[in-house]
Design a protein around this ligand. Structure first.
Ligand SMILES: NC(=O)c1ccc[n+]([C@@H]2O[C@H](COP(=O)([O-])OP(=O)(O)OC[C@H]3O[C@@H](n4cnc5c(N)ncnc54)[C@H](O)[C@@H]3O)[C@@H](O)[C@H]2O)c1
Length: 358
C-alpha cells in the first residue's frame, strides 16, 4: 500500500482538525506544514516534520502528493493556484475561494493541469446526508415541495478577536450558510434563485448578525433558512448531531424537508407520513426514526482524498461543484445588500457530472 504524503497549509483551528483525521488514516501521512505561526512551529517540532513560512517553499521542497489548504478564505485562491502549478491534488477548506471569479479560475486551471481539487464540505460524508438524499431523490416523500432550516447559535466572544472574523468573509453567510447551501444542493439539487434579508444591529461589525434566506430550487421546490451567530439555541447541524466535541449535542433537528407524500426531519432522520398515501390533515400522522451510524466526517474525507490521489475515486465535491455552492451563497449576500432576487445562471456551469451529481 502506497502511503499518500500530505502537506498542510494553515495549521489553525481547522488545520489541527485535519491533522487529527490524518492521524487516524493509515494510508496517509502528514509530512510538512506551511504556516508562519508559532503554534505551527510547535506542531512541527513535536512531530519531527519541517514547517515552512509559506506554501511555495513547502511545494518547492517536494515530497508531497496532496495538500490540504486551511488558511483564511481570502488566501485560498492564491495558494490553490500555486499548488496546481506544482500539479498537486488539493483539498481546500470551504469556501473554495472568496469570490466566484476566483473559484472559476481554480476550476479552469485544475482542468488545464489535469489535477483534482476537492472542497472541504465535510457534511457530505455523513451516512445521514447520503440517506436523506436517497429518500428525497427516490421520491419517497413524493414531489419535494419545500424545505425549512435554521442554524442559530451564539459564538464565543474570543472567536471575533482576529480582525478577519469581523469581516463579511467570516460572517454567518460565508462561514456557516455555505455548509447549509452545499447540503441542500447535495440533497435537493441546484438552487436557481435566492432572496435574503440581513441585520447588523447587535455587534455592528462588517459581518452580519443574522440572515434570512428564501430560495427556489431548479426542481421548483422552495426553501427558507435563518442563520445567526448571536442567538443561543439548540438548533444547528453541529448540535443536532454532536459533530464537534466543542459544541455540546442537543439532538434537536434543524432542517425539515416536505414533499407531497411525507416529511423528513434532518439530520437525525425522522420520517413523517400518513399510513394511507392519500391521507390528509384530518388523519393521524406517524413518525419513523431512521437510525444511521455516526462517523468522523474528517476521517472519511481524508480517506476519500487518499482514494482520489490513488485514482480509485473521483472527487465527491470538486472545484466546479464547490463553486456552485459558493455562487448560491454569495447570491444571498447580493440579494440582501441590493434588495433583489438573484437568479443564478446555472447554464454557466459545464454540467461536467461528478459521480454523485446525477
Ligand atoms: N469545514 C469546516 O467546518 C470549517 C470550520 C472552520 C473553518 N473552516 C475554514 O477553514 C479556513 C481556516 O479557518 P480557521 O478557523 O482554521 O482559521 P484560523 O485563523 O484558526 O487558522 C488559519 C491559519 O492559517 C495560517 N495562515 C494565514 N495565512 C497563511 C499563509 N499565507 N500561508 C500559510 N499559513 C497561513 C495562520 O497562521 C493560521 O494558523 C477558512 O477558510 C474557514 O472558512 C472550515
Amino acid at each position: 500500500m502506497q502511503v499518500v504524503n500530505i502537506g498542510l497549509v494553515g495549521a489553525g483551528s481547522i488545520g489541527v482538525r485535519h491533522i487529527q483525521a490524518i492521524d487516524k488514516v493509515d494510508e496517509i501521512s502528514l509530512v510538512a506544514i506551511a504556516d508562519p505561526s508559532p503554534v505551527a512551529a510547535e506542531i512541527g517540532e513535536v512531530r519531527f516534520i519541517p514547517v515552512y513560512a509559506d506554501a511555495e517553499s513547502m511545494f518547492q521542497a517536494g515530497g508531497i502528493d496532496a495538500v490540504i489548504i486551511a488558511t483564511p478564505t481570502e488566501k485560498h485562491h492564491k495558494i490553490v493556484m500555486v499548488a496546481l502549478t506544482h500539479r498537486l491534488t488539493v483539498l481546500v477548506e470551504k469556501p473554495i475561494a472568496a469570490t466566484v471569479e476566483e473559484a472559476r479560475d481554480i476550476t479552469r486551471f485544475a482542468n488545464e493541469q489535469g489535477c483534482h481539487v476537492l472542497v472541504g464540505h465535510q457534511r457530505r460524508y455523513y451516512p445521514c446526508t447520503e440517506k436523506a438524499r436517497d429518500i428525497i431523490q427516490s421520491g419517497q416523500l413524493g414531489t419535494l415541495i419545500a424545505v425549512i432550516g435554521q442554524w442559530t447559535v451564539r459564538k464565543d466572544d474570543p472567536y471575533y478577536a482576529p480582525q478577519w472574523r469581523r469581516e463579511i468573509e467570516a460572517g454567518p453567510i460565508l462561514t456557516n450558510l455555505i455548509h447549509e447551501i452545499d447540503l441542500l444542493r447535495f440533497i435537493c439539487g441546484d438552487i436557481a434563485t435566492v432572496s435574503a434579508e440581513i441585520t447588523h444591529h447587535d455587534q455592528k461589525f462588517a459581518k452580519e448578525d443574522a440572515v434570512a434566506i428564501t430560495m427556489k430550487f431548479a426542481n421548483s421546490a422552495i426553501g427558507s433558512f435563518v442563520l445567526s451567530d448571536r442567538t443561543p439555541t439548540p438548533w444547528t447541524w453541529e448540535m443536532a448531531l454532536g459533530e464537534n466535541s466543542k459544541f455540546p449535542k442537543s439532538g434537536q433537528n434543524a432542517i425539515r424537508f416536505m414533499g407531497t407524500k411525507g416529511a423528513l426531519e434532518f439530520p437525525n432522520l425522522v420520517l413523517w407520513s400518513h399510513s394511507d398515501s392519500e391521507g390528509n390533515w384530518q388523519d393521524e400522522i406517524q413518525s419513523e426514526v431512521i437510525e444511521m451510524p455516526f462517523v468522523d466526517a474528517y476521517v472519511e474525507q481524508c480517506q476519500h482524498l487518499c482514494a482520489v490521489v490513488q485514482g480509485t475515486q473521483m472527487p465527491i465535491i470538486d472545484a466546479e461543484n464547490g463553486t456552485r455552492s459558493l455562487d448560491a451563497t454569495l447570491a444571498a449576500v447580493r440579494a440582501a445588500t441590493e434588495g433583489t432576487r438573484v437568479i443564478l445562471d446555472l447554464s454557466s456551469y459545464q454540467d461536467r457530472k461528478n459521480i454523485l451529481d446525477d
